[in-house]
Write a protein of this length. Structure first.
Length: 126
C-alpha cells in the first residue's frame, strides 16, 4: 500500500504519462491520416484478432535462425508478461489489502513465471 504522498505522486505521474501518450497517439494519427488513401476499418474485429495472434505467436520468426529466434521469443514474451505484472503491481499499490493470490499455488506460479521471464529478457537482450 502506498502512503498518501506516494499515491498522490503516482497518480500525478500517471496523469502526465496519459497526457504524453495522448499527444503521441494524436501525432501518429495525424501522420497516418496524411498518407494516401483511406484508413479502412472494414473487418476490424478480424484484423484485431489477427494482430493479437501475431503479437502472441510472434508469427513465423523461428523459420531461419533458431537460436536467435528463441532469444527473441524470450524478450517478446517477457515484455508481454511484464505488462500483466505492472497492472497487478499498480493494483497492489493503489488498493489497500489487494494481493494477487498471496498464499496460493497460482500466485506462486505467477511469481515464478515473472522471475523466469525477467531472466529470459535479460539473457535475450545481452
Amino acid at each position: 500500500m502506498l502512503s498518501n504522498f506516494e499515491l498522490f505522486m503516482f497518480l500525478l505521474l500517471v496523469a502526465i504519462c496519459l497526457v504524453a501518450t495522448a499527444n503521441t497517439f494524436t501525432l501518429m494519427a495525424r501522420v497516418i491520416n496524411r498518407g494516401q488513401g483511406e484508413l479502412y476499418l472494414d473487418e476490424l474485429p478480424r484484423r484485431v484478432v489477427t494482430g493479437a495472434m501475431a503479437l502472441i505467436t510472434q508469427g513465423r520468426i523461428i523459420r531461419h535462425r533458431k537460436l536467435t529466434s528463441l532469444f527473441h521469443y524470450g524478450v517478446a514474451f517477457g515484455f508481454i508478461f511484464y505488462g500483466l505484472v505492472n497492472v497487478i503491481d499498480v493494483l497492489e499499490g493503489i488498493f489497500p489489502g489487494f494481493a494477487f493470490f498471496p498464499d496460493n499455488i497460482i500466485g506462486q506460479i505467477y511469481r515464478l513465471a515473472a522471475d523466469l521471464f525477467a531472466a529470459a529478457v535479460i539473457i535475450g537482450v545481452v
